[in-house]
Design a protein around this ligand. Sequence first.
Ligand code: ADP
Ligand code: MG
Length: 234
Amino acid sequence: MPGSSPPIELRGVSKSYVRGHQVVPVLTDISFTIEPGEFLALMGPSGSGKSTLLNLVAGIDRADSGSILVGGTDITLLDDSDLARWRSRSVGFVFQFYNLIPVLTALENVELPLLLTPLSPRLRREHARAALSLVGLAERMDHRPGELSGGQQQRTAIARALVADPDILVADEPTGDLDRRSAEEVLGLMAGLNESMGKTIVMVTHDPKAAEHAHRVRSLEKGVLADADPALHP
Ligand code: ADP
Ligand code: MG
């Protein structure tokens, strides 16, 4: 359903980590809005806080202050179990190194998020098969990750991220471990999901070529959001 995704609004979001006796600020007063159905790329040097910001948006980690409104709900106010429930319904995750379970087949990996839902085993299988077909891996369902190329593993991970039909996909350097051709396949797939299914995508990347697939690029510098980059996306 294109256009069904909620807007994501960050207001004055800050986050520090404590290292020994030192408080290390990682994100300082971040405010911006991700539009419904937007494909946003987050760039910036290593250590600038990209993964931390992504994890806050995805409800994996908690901000120290500020609010994060998703479709009007402030997820920073949810208790741990409500946040976990929101996350499992609303957000799919894609990681740099795929994070597939090596002893499970592609189909079993994709089915995993559905084990937390009341779906019957038969429906779980059906949904997992449909997600793998969507990413072009109908022929590879019974393969284990070790029998798949990097690009195929990442497409399996995208199928796993999609299988519960979340509105939001977050991806942390999803092409960081792929050759150019596989990277382009994965990016084309994500852009297609964004376009045809209206998924909001927030993607962290180092790669300007990857960022070209996004509608908009924002950059982090030492935990502060830099101005939008009109050179990349006028
Ligand atoms: P990026 O993804 O842009 O490379 P991160 O968000 O991973 O940056 O990290 C930003 C900063 O926060 C880094 O200085 C990192 O060392 C620090 N950091 C990240 N996670 C933790 C943690 N769990 N504990 C302490 N410091 C952390
Ligand atoms: Mg990172």
